[in-house]
Design a protein around this ligand. Structure first.
Ligand code: GDP
Length: 456
């Protein structure tokens, strides 16, 4: 396999930057660009050692001071020989060193190629590699701990347990089906049925956790609802901490859905500020209203905003009724506490326990609102300790495996031949092997690693 190189740190001005080289020719390539100050050859450096020296170009001119770290196969991230050049973090310097490495015989790495090599060399399972990608983009502590668990192979271990059990059953079935004349103990059908049902349950649990996994990764899907001019945009700006959407005094200005992420303690919200749900003849606004309703139906958290300085009207009640019918986590925000109060707080109390009075304009009550939302989402909601699939690919494999197991259960219960059962159990095991990457096609593997950034 070729020797590859890439800048592994974000491109920009920083304290240090790392250029990573991996492959059989890693040390030879590093030796052509890096010159240790101590009288020592790069090619004779041992694994897990570093050398201080300088990077020089072809004409012997110094490019930068740097530290070279050597990892010897198989004890490296990729399982190959790896050299890392830590230089001063500047775009020009880093790119220049990368170019020198390429001139020294390395090929530029493709996105995710280091991790792909780690996978190929058996350093990581496919689910672990996908978790690395999640760690890189994790937002919030829960997301990070879940990604870290997956990287430790938790999902892999859970799936492996199911697939090992299926394979064990398959072994018994195969022996019985293929060698009926041998003196092999008969397959105990009720025991087999029991095993299949247990695995069905385990897979169903993993699939159910997937939804909470999506919250962890992407943030809680949140909608700010309310009629025009109650202060939705102002509240959104307050939560985001800067002026994001246009705030005007003309009712109905917020027509398009704007989406932003905001961190409240351990919880990340993905908030959209939508049009209010109010009767209108304006077609553009009407579309906005329909959109708002469907967004409310889809989301996980509703922040319903009311202007406490004017009395509750039919439009407010329509929104309250609509939201109450959805039975979702809801916070009722009574806005504009800085003005004289005209609405009656008790009217809201039958709709939600989570009512908070704030002044989005002055920012008063922001902390209380954040605190309230944070307590509504406990780690249990997040299932931060449970194993979750990292993406749709893994989920689809698990769903297919589950379908096959269900077919097998039905076949057994209907008294079909063990041949028929064997075929479906075999297929279930294959889908699981595809999930963990033990039997993933090349296309799947490429698809997974294409999502990485270059240098990882
Ligand atoms: P939206 O249509 O619901 O998005 O409402 P906006 O956020 O555009 O606010 C409508 C008007 O109410 C603007 O003039 C805001 O400055 C004003 N406003 C928002 N929050 C408050 C508040 O807490 N107190 C007062 N006095 N005015 C506010």
């Amino acid at each position: 396999m070729s020797t590859i190189c890439a800048i592994s740190t974000p491109l920009g001005v920083g304290g240090i930057a790392v250029i990573r080289i991996s492959g059989e020719g890693a040390l030879a390539a590093a030796e052509r660009v890096f010159y240790p100050f101590a009288d020592k050859a790069v090619s004779s450096m041992e694994g897990y050692t570093c050398a201080y020296g300088e990077v020089r170009d072809k004409d012997g001119r110094t490019v930068d001071d740097a530290v070279l770290t050597v990892f010897r196969a198989p004890k490296s991230y990729t399982g190959e020989d790896v050299c890392e050049i830590s230089c001063h973090g500047g775009i020009y310097v880093t790119k220049k060193i990368l170019r020198l490495c390429i001139e020294a015989g390395c090929e530029p790495a493709m996105a995710g190629e280091f991790t792909k090599r780690a996978f190929i060399n058996g350093k990581l399972s496919l689910t672990q590699a996908e978790a690395v990608s999640d760690m890189l983009s994790a937002e919030g502590d829960y997301a990070l701990s879940s990604a870290a668990l997956a990287r430790k192979g938790r999902l892999y271990a859970d799936i492996k347990k199911i697939s090992d059990s299926l394979i064990k059953s398959l072994g018994e079935l195969a022996a019985w089906v293929d060698y009926p004349e041998e003196d092999i103990p008969e397959v105990d059908e009720s025991e087999l049925l029991e095993t299949l049902k247990e695995n069905r349950k385990a897979l169903k649990r993993l699939l159910r956790d997937y939804d909470s996994g999506m919250i962890i990764k992407n943030g809680v899907d949140t909608v700010i609802a309310g009629k025009p001019n109650v202060g939705k945009s102002t509240l959104m700006n307050l939560l985001l901490g800067y002026d994001r959407s246009i705030v005007t005094d003309i009712a109905g200005t917020t027509r398009d859905v704007i989406e932003e992420s905001v961190r409240l303690g351990a919880v990340t919200l993905r908030i959209s500020d939508t049009a209010g749900i109010h009767g209108t003849d304006d077609t553009v606004e009407k579309m906005g209203v329909e959109l708002a309703k469907s967004r409310l139906e889809e989301c996980r958290l509703i922040i319903a905003v009311f202007d406490i300085s004017s009395p509750l009207d039919d439009e407010d009640r329509e929104l309250l009724d609509f939201i109450a019918g959805l039975k979702k986590k809801t916070v009722i925000v009574l806005n504009k506490t800085d003005k004289a109060q005209a609405a009656d707080r008790t009217e809201f109390e039958r709709y939600s326990d989570n009512i908070i009075a704030i002044s989005a304009g002055s920012g008063e009550g922001r902390e209380e609102l954040s605190g309230m939302i944070e307590t509504m989402f406990t780690p249990e909601d997040y299932n931060a300790d449970s194993t979750v699939f990292a993406n749709e690919r893994q989920k689809m494999c698990a769903e297919r495996a589950l379908e096959c197991i269900e077919d097998a259960v039905r076949a057994l219960e209907a008294g079909l031949t063990l041949d028929a059962v064997t075929v479906t159990v075999d297929r279930a095991a294959e889908h699981l092997a595809e999930l963990t990457g033990e039997k993933a096609g090349e296309a799947v593997v490429n698809e997974v690693f294409a999502k990485f950034c270059v240098g990882k």
